[in-house]
Design a protein around this ligand. Structure first.
Ligand SMILES: Cc1cc2nc3c(=O)[nH]c(=O)nc-3n(C[C@H](O)[C@H](O)[C@H](O)COP(=O)(O)O)c2cc1C
Length: 197
C-alpha cells in the first residue's frame, strides 16, 4: 500500500501551538507529514512561542514547502493525500478557501483537497465572528470541509494548556481516522467525578 500522507497548514490565527502539536502527534506514526506555514503564521509564531526556532518545528515534518511555492507536490490533485488539517485557520485563509482563491500554497492545497473530495479540517480561530466569517464557514461546510474550532471540552479534566491543545488536535486528527493512542474517550477512559444531578 502507498505511504499515507497528510498536509498540515499553519496559518496566522493565534494558536501556532496547535500546528506544532499536530506535527508532534503525527511524528511517531507511519504517516508522512507535508507542512506549509503562511507568512502571517511565522509572525504569530514569533509572538506566541518563546524563542521560536522555525527550523526545529519544520524538522518535525517529513516535507516542508514555502507558502510561495505554488508548484509544490501538494498543489496537485494527482499527489495523493489523506487530506489537510489547517491548525490554526485564520479568517483570511478561511475566506480564500471558501472562495476558491488558491492565492498561496496553503490555500491552493486546501482547494485541491476539496476538489478531490478529500478530508479538509479547519481549526478556525476568531472571536467574535462576523457574518462573513459565518458565511465562509457555511460555504466550506457545504463543500465537504469540516469546521473544527479549537474549543476546549471542560469535562475532560484539563489541567494544563498543553492538555487542552493536545485534546483538540487529537480530536481533529480523529476526523482523518488517525488514532492518537493517548486521546481519552468518553465512556472508555473518561468518567464523571460526580453523579449528574
Ligand atoms: C498576534 C496576531 C494574532 C492574530 N490572531 C488572529 C486570529 O485569531 N484569527 C484570525 O483570523 N486572524 C488573526 N490574525 C490576523 C491574521 O494573521 C491576518 O489576517 C493574516 O493576513 C492571515 O494571513 P494567512 O491566512 O495567510 O495566515 C492575527 C494576527 C496577529 C499579528
Amino acid at each position: 500500500m502507498a505511504q499515507q500522507r497528510i498536509i498540515i497548514g499553519i496559518s496566522g490565527a493565534t494558536g501556532f501551538a496547535y500546528g506544532i502539536k499536530a506535527l508532534e502527534l503525527l511524528q511517531p506514526l507511519d504517516i508522512e507529514t507535508h507542512l506549509v506555514i503562511s507568512k502571517a503564521a511565522q509572525l504569530t509564531g514569533s509572538y506566541e512561542v518563546p524563542n521560536l526556532n522555525l527550523a526545529q518545528i519544520e524538522a518535525l515534518a517529513d516535507k516542508v514547502y514555502s507558502v510561495n511555492n505554488i508548484g509544490a507536490a501538494i498543489a496537485s490533485g494527482s499527489f495523493k493525500t489523506m487530506g489537510m488539517l489547517i491548525a490554526p485557520c485564520s479568517m483570511r485563509s478561511l475566506a480564500a478557501i471558501a472562495n476558491g482563491l488558491a492565492d498561496n500554497l496553503l490555500t491552493r492545497a486546501a482547494d485541491v483537497v476539496l476538489k478531490e473530495r478529500r478530508r479538509l479540517v479547519l481549526m478556525v480561530r476568531e472571536a467574535p465572528l462576523n457574518l462573513v466569517h459565518i458565511k465562509n464557514m457555511q460555504t466550506v461546510t457545504l463543500m465537504g470541509g469540516i469546521v473544527f474550532p479549537p474549543v476546549p471540552a471542560l469535562y475532560q479534566h484539563i489541567e494544563t494548556i498543553d492538555d487542552m491543545i493536545t485534546h483538540s488536535v487529537a480530536r481533529a486528527l480523529d476526523l482523518f481516522d488517525i488514532d492518537i493512542p493517548s486521546l481519552p474517550r468518553w465512556g472508555e477512559d473518561l468518567h464523571l467525578h460526580r453523579k449528574p444531578v
